[in-house]
Design a protein. Structure first.
Length: 168
């Protein structure tokens, strides 16, 4: 499923991640030994709720700059992994995000969830996309739009095939 994002916002998110002093870990990174201070993986099986890994167990120097591709109740969108987060100017309005045009509940209240499931899967999740992937994505931009071909198993940066207007 091809998802379209506003390129200037994606660039703003990437610049934030690159400049951030630290970065947040995805749920999967919390469990991955490559990112942990102690070099052992944590398995979800049989793990007590109070023993789940926490951000303090992550070696911040191992978290690369990049964006998160998020699929949840707010649709499918990109956001910076930089900390502190890139907040909207209006207090209390949350992080700056680049919403996928097709999976935006405010634009497509009747179809966004089906598109989110097709492009991302039924579960909520966060996928880390490294800065190199995002820079490539931005190089492929056309008419202020970047595209990601997304499925529950992979994401690929692609060139927009035709003029896409985010204002419709």
């Amino acid at each position: 499923m091809r998802l379209h994002f506003h390129a200037p916002t994606v660039r703003q998110l990437l610049e934030h991640s690159l400049a951030a002093p630290t970065r947040a870990a995805t749920f999967n990174q919390l469990f991955d030994a490559r990112y942990r201070k102690s070099p052992h993986e944590v398995s979800v099986a049989g793990l007590a709720p109070d023993a789940w890994p926490i951000e303090a167990a992550i070696d911040q120097s191992k978290l690369a700059p990049g964006l998160w591709l998020v699929g949840d109740a707010a649709g499918v969108y990109l956001m910076s992994n930089g900390k502190p987060g890139l907040m909207n100017a209006l207090p209390g309005s949350g992080n700056v995000i680049a919403q996928a045009k097709e999976a935006d509940p405010s634009r497509n209240p009747d179809t966004w969830l089906e598109i989110k499931r097709f492009a991302f899967g039924a579960d909520d999740d966060v996928i880390f996309l490294d800065a190199g992937f995002i820079q490539n994505l931005l190089q492929l931009a056309s008419d202020g739009v970047v595209c990601i071909d997304s499925s529950p198993d992979e994401a690929e940066a692609v060139r927009p095939l035709m003029r896409q207007l985010l204002s419709d």
